[in-house]
Design a protein around this ligand. Structure first.
Ligand code: ADP
Ligand code: MG
Length: 248
């Protein structure tokens, strides 16, 4: 069990993210605790993906710092975390098994039989047992997301980043994906950082969140989703969590 004395898994200090001269978000200070399901919320174009890419070290901070487990994100080494990107694309000419095997072949010296065993176990973990030899085009959208998660889990990361995993999925498939994400977080003891705007997902699986805003370029709310829904004074935050009252 994580305790209050545990150092945060992610620590962002005075962080600014963006592109060259263009600051998308700035003055970000937040931490993510071990074992949390932590969401980055905000409107389209507010900088959620940019922030996520900076957290995992794909983009340099414009200012400030990101620490993951106390260290700056590694560059060039084997990733210590798994990522399902917003585009989430699997390699279309490779089978699901080949997609999941990629990182294992690249970063480990395991023999092909062992890699095959691990690949099967990862696909089983996400409910895709028996689909090892399917191509991405032969499976549904929800299954593609699951395969992407299996690929993200190939190297047994303790930290998983998911950028809008349920975008484009029907409600039932999206709810199943939420169940999978919650199960992985609970049973594997993972820390999960998720970008989403699906209220159902947020209330089902997210424990803590920050909401970012493109206009003010900062964090406009933080805390537990239900507490923000019921208690925030900010009209934008209220509107996000209570969409039906938006017109009222
Ligand atoms: N590669 C890029 N170069 C320059 N600007 C970008 C790039 N990617 C995104 N942006 C801009 O950064 C802002 C935030 O984008 P993004 O992080 O994708 O938002 P979100 O994920 O919240 O929808 C947007 O104004 C977008 O146009
Ligand atoms: Mg995005």
């Amino acid at each position: 069990m994580p305790s209050a004395a545990d150092p945060p898994v992610i620590q962002a200090e005075h962080l600014a993210v963006g592109y060259g001269e263009t600051v998308v978000l700035e003055n970000l200070d937040f931490t993510v605790s071990r074992g949390d399901v932590f969401a980055i919320l905000g409107g389209s174009g507010s900088g959620k993906s940019t922030l996520l890419r900076t957290l995992i070290g794909l983009q340099e901070p414009l200012h400030g710092s990101v620490r993951i487990a106390g260290a700056h994100p590694p560059r060039g080494g084997a990733p210590t975390y798994g990522v399902l990107f917003q585009s989430g694309a699997l390699f279309g000419s490779m089978t699901l098994a080949q997609n999941v095997a990629l990182a294992l072949a690249k970063w480990t010296n395991l023999d092909p039989r062992t890699i095959d065993t691990i690949v099967r176990s990862k696909l089983r973990l996400v409910g895709l047992e028996g689909f090892e030899n399917h191509l991405p085009a032969e499976i549904s959208g929800g299954m593609k997301k699951r395969a992407g998660i299996a690929r993200a889990l190939a190297l047994d990361p303790s930290l998983l980043f998911l950028d809008e995993p349920s975008a484009g999925l029907d409600p039932v498939t999206s709810a199943e994906l939420d169940d999978l994400i919650a199960t992985l977080n609970g049973s594997l003891g993972m820390t999960t950082v998720i970008v989403t705007h699906e209220l159902r997902s947020i209330f089902a699986i997210v424990r803590h969140c920050i909401m970012v805003d493109g206009a003010s370029r900062g964090i406009i709310a933080r805390g537990e989703p239900a507490a923000l829904r019921d208690g925030s004074d900010d009209p934008q935050v209220r509107a996000f969590f209570n969409p039906r009252s938006r017109a009222a």
